[in-house]
Design a protein around this ligand. Structure first.
Ligand code: ZN
Length: 162
């Protein structure tokens, strides 16, 4: 897979995941079209709690176990990115008090019709326990296997503040 993520970009996502704990964080990383670099992190508001409050039947889970990116914010980022010939490379979210894995819900979101809308789009999941990130993996579509593969992002997570 051709996708370059610097430790700075990863740190930004981890920072937001820890800050938003115990709720799920979510956002996107953009990069120049056709290039492998994912360089710009844009946190997007998780509106899952609003949806859950308005319609608990359809949105049974709240923001502790689900995310829904604010469509208005997402559209603005997409529009601004396109102006600079950038595109979304990664959609990221966190799993508060759960491990790093690509859940059935995550898969369903990535593949609304059985296969991904955009096979080049990668998904990044950050595990957070007690407001500390404990792992991160990238999940990306493999055309031959017709499934998502996991790439564990080895990273020296920030040490305790002293
Ligand atoms: Zn998930």
């Amino acid at each position: 897979m051709k996708l370059q993520i610097s430790s700075y970009v990863l740190d930004m996502m981890i920072y937001h995941a820890e800050k938003d704990y115990p709720e799920e964080t979510c956002g996107v990383v953009i990069g120049p079209k056709g290039k492998s670099k994912a360089i710009g992190v844009f946190p997007i508001k998780n509106i899952q709690n609003d949806l859950h409050q308005k319609d608990p039947k359809q949105y049974s889970r709240d923001a502790k176990t689900a995310y829904f990116m604010d469509p208005t914010q997402l559209r603005i980022v997409e529009k601004e990115a396109a102006k600079k010939n950038f595109e979304i490379k990664i959609i990221y979210h966190s799993h508060p008090d759960h491990g790093v894995y690509f859940s059935e819900e995550d898969k369903a979101m990535a593949c609304p019709w059985g296969e991904p809308n955009d096979p080049n789009l990668a998904w990044l999941v950050i595990g957070v326990a007690q407001a500390k990130a404990n792992g991160a993996s990238l999940f990306y579509w493999d055309e031959e296997k017709k499934d998502f593969l996991e790439k564990n992002l080895k990273q020296n997570f920030r040490s305790e503040r002293i």
